[in-house]
Design a protein around this ligand. Sequence first.
Ligand SMILES: C[S@@+](CC[C@H](N)C(=O)[O-])C[C@H]1O[C@@H](n2cnc3c(N)ncnc32)[C@H](O)[C@@H]1O
Length: 258
Amino acid sequence: MKARHDQHFLRDRRAIERIVALSEVSGRNVLEIGPGEGVLTAALLQAGAKVTAIELDPSLVEGLEERFAGEIRAGTFTLIHGDAVRVPYPAFDIVVANLPYSASSPITFRLLDAGFERAVLMYQREFAERMAAPVGTPECGRLSVMVQTYAEVKLCFNLPPGAFSPPPQVASTVVRLTPHEPPHYIADREVYAAVVRELFSHRRKTVRNGLRGGRGALGAENVERAIAGLPEEILSMRPEELSLMVFALIANLCTASA
Ligand SMILES: C[S@@+](CC[C@H](N)C(=O)[O-])C[C@H]1O[C@@H](n2cnc3c(N)ncnc32)[C@H](O)[C@@H]1O
């Protein structure tokens, strides 16, 4: 049975230590998403982080307020009761989370928008592998392209279901994301995101047909200008065959004043 709110609590002490070591949090502002019973929170505070956490479940919020009453008073821990897909994020340097797997995708996109110095995040293993799939291969998708445009993705280590209580039905992977500047000039990041989204929402279609299918979101005039500016070789490719450079080229052609 699927756990309510993806509640699988990490029980593997060694994994908690490894996550904290990878995060390098001493003296930094850390955002934690889904603190649950606070096992990772306690380790982050112990390592000298100032933590703000967002938790959805009111009964867990109550437990956290009791467990960390001293840290809340001291100002080293702030708890936000809310949905990490919707609430505004506080200012933070580093994000660390054992994520609710059903919300991994929207939370990852929001974190990329918010910007961070480093992210150490636990995902369902298949999701992490998709994120790291080389762009230009059949395994890549919108997630791989968007994450790899803005960050270096490192798969750090895997954990079996038995590392959690109750155990999830899937294996997990801890990923470290280190932001970098996009490798190719992007005139407008919103247009870039829209082009990647539109092309992958029709992933069996060629670039020509995918762009035409995305006229509503991208603007018919922008689409026709891009199609006129692209060589046939690119127009007849599918999104999974494109490089980051070609995604940037298409997006820049779709950008009205680029
Ligand atoms: C996989 S558990 C991790 C709990 C804890 N960090 C740990 O490692 O033991 C995911 C946590 O995220 C919380 N959660 C689920 N959906 C959420 C959302 N949309 N926003 C914030 N927290 C959420 C759950 O209540 C749960 O505490």
